[in-house]
Design a protein. Sequence first.
Length: 186
Amino acid sequence: MNHVTIPQDRIGALIGAGGETLREIEERAEVRLDVDSENGSVRIENVGDPLSGLKGPEIVRAIGRGFPPEDALMLLEDEMMMLDVIDVDAASRNKNDLQRKKGRLIGEGGRTRELMEELSGARVVIYGSTMGVIGTPDRVSMVREAAEMLLEGAPHGAAYSFLERKHNELKREELDYHQFSGGESA
């Protein structure tokens, strides 16, 4: 049995219209969710496959960190999928610095966050004082490294160049894999 506490303003996203999202998470992750809407506490009980059940708390945590439920449920699609949460507040000196750093991660009109998603293939959400990333370990690591560059004050161009280089490396590796395995490349 696990407990995850999520912000109260994310409880609606977790439950969904008429409890639809809650039921989908329970069914697909093979867990039972007990949500206390007063304090945002969610009790997660495994009722099926232990491996799927391990993803239940991560799905709840992802929704709590601002991901739409359909993105959080991606954690079930592949055992390699993972959630990483970067604490932007911990890298900030004060509230103004937190806002500035969040702004750097989001970028003008959301462009930086979008580029992180496009080039990494991961899902990226900035919510409250955190940045959440869902993807495979190599893609999550790529976004984390770019985010840390930006949080440490690197120019956006340097972070974009890093992401493009990593994106091209991943594409080459996938191409090599498909050629080596005799599979068709997309």
